[in-house]
Design a protein around this ligand. Structure first.
Ligand SMILES: Cc1cc2nc3c(=O)[nH]c(=O)nc-3n(C[C@H](O)[C@H](O)[C@H](O)COP(=O)(O)OP(=O)(O)OC[C@H]3O[C@@H](n4cnc5c(N)ncnc54)[C@H](O)[C@@H]3O)c2cc1C
Length: 411
């Protein structure tokens, strides 16, 4: 850690590792400090939309990712009685050059980490190293570090520091000490993965039900995991609650707290209740975000990914926007040098783009389709969906989100 002319990336999550790959491609030296002593495959499934997989493709890691994920074919919406409300093709099937991937977060992180270590060197990611504060002065940044048991480590000196330290970002807290904890949406999420035979197209991302009575997001994230050609299926149960569960990515959930809402969910295309019961480990996490910030960049320090714009996971955009941040920031640093000016331009463009998504995820993310059907049908089964809402109206909701999320543009 003796050099002082490179980019110090705080956090080896999805955003930090993608940034390292983008900087390396641009010929910019960087290193990553990560608080966990060992990077293990934590979390469950996430979706990466085509605007972000296009970046991963340009970085040469898409083939490796496609081998460990499911290439999503369609997004389908159902009511809580299993009736189809709306379906549309996804990724390449929707005409994008790049796919939508449904993937275990741990697999995505592992592939990115292997590429960083192979291209930049094994020592480029230093684990067991928590960034606890940054200081800017004399044309350099100083990142204060602590080891696994809280012991002080030598400071890291660099030209630029980028905080990719996730939703509990220490650097964000340093800049915004009064901000308080993430804002709870009133919904808790229980998540799990389970081996299951392929259902529907074998690559369908399902959203069903509604938050007040129980909503489910279900999709496969790995193919052919056993001799019976089962898939690893990821599910997330979402339910409005009186109290938030604990904000710990690895916190365990209790079946009694949410299963009753889904106990009757046995559709002819999937027995959801059985899927939940067959799951060994259930994780619980509150659905939280933060208000958009006025500013991410402070001289030679900036925020990226969840540290900059945590959003409720209702638009499959958390990982994707971190990846888009990384590409844009690396482009600015390549064009303007390792300067405060590059960070300010990154802030100007990406802060505005992601603030729109944070706010839209609160009000009208893609699953607003399900809210409309829930309310207009009085939470009852329907004879024909056209009697409840027209296909054109549903398509308008889906398209408005894509527009806001930049799925039709480039930033
Ligand atoms: C353990 C874990 C499990 C997750 N599981 C899910 C999931 O199941 N579903 C989902 O939708 N999203 C999950 N997420 C969040 C998801 O990865 C992010 O929303 C998204 O990918 C944006 O990525 P990011 O790089 O900004 O943040 P993250 O992917 O959260 O990465 C942040 C990284 O910074 C490290 N870090 C934190 N503080 C410090 C510090 N002070 N110094 C150094 N390093 C630090 C963390 O250990 C982590 O590696 C999870 C995140 C984590 C950390």
């Amino acid at each position: 850690m003796s050099r002082d002319d490179d980019v110090i990336i705080i956090g080896a999550g999805i955003g930090g590792l993608t940034l390292a790959l983008c900087l390396h491609r641009a010929g910019i030296a960087c290193r990553v400090v990560e608080s966990t002593p060992e990077i293990r495959p934590l979390g469950v499934g996430i979706n990466v939309l085509p605007h972000a997989t296009a970046v991963l493709q340009s970085l040469g890691v898409l083939d490796a990712l496609e081998r460990v994920s499911v290439t999503t074919r369609e997004a389908a919406f159902f009511n809580r009685f299993g009736q189809l409300v709306y379906a549309e093709p996804a990724g390449r099937w929707a005409g994008f050059d790049a796919p939508q991937l449904s993937i275990h977060r741990g697999d995505l992180q592992r592939v990115l980490l292997a590429a960083v270590q192979e291209r930049i060197g094994a020592a480029s990611v230093q684990t067991g190293c928590t960034g606890v504060g940054v200081e800017d002065g004399g044309g350099r940044v100083r990142v204060r570090l602590r080891g696994p048991v809280g012991e002080a480590l030598p400071d890291a000196l660099g030209a630029i520091a980028v905080a990719c330290d996730g939703i509990h970002s220490a650097v964000r807290k340093q800049f915004y000490p009064q901000e308080g904890p993430p804002r709870w949406s009133g919904v808790n999420m229980w998540r799990g993965v389970c081996a299951h035979a392929p259902f529907l197209s074998g690559a369908t991302m399902v959203r069903a039900g509604w938050l007040s009575v129980g909503k489910m997001v279900i999709y496969p994230i790995r193919n052919d995991i056993d001799d019976a050609r089962s898939q690893l299926v990821n599910w997330v149960a979402e339910l409005e609650c009186a109290e938030p569960v604990q904000r710990d990515w690895n916190g365990r959930g209790r079946l009694d707290d949410f299963y009753p809402a889904f106990a009757e969910w046995r559709f002819d295309w999937l027995d959801v209740a059985a899927l939940i019961r067959a799951t060994e480990t259930v994780l619980a996490y509150p659905m939280v975000d933060q208000d958009p910030l006025p500013r991410w960049s402070f001289d030679r320090v900036t925020l990226l990914g969840d540290a900059a714009h945590p959003m409720v996971p209702r638009g499959s955009n958390g990982a994707g926007q971190a990846i888009l941040d990384a590409r844009f920031l690396a482009e600015q640093l390549a064009a303007r040098g390792l300067t405060a000016e590059a960070l300010s331009e990154y802030d100007r463009v990406r802060n505005a783009a992601t603030a729109r998504i944070v706010l839209m995820n609160r009000t009208n993310p893609p699953d607003a389709i399900l809210r409309e059907v829930h309310e207009r049908s009085g939470d009852q089964p329907f004879a024909r969906i056209e009697d409840v809402v027209s296909r054109e109206e549903l398509a308008r909701i889906a398209d408005a989100y894509k527009e806001a999320a930049g799925l039709r543009g480039t930033t």
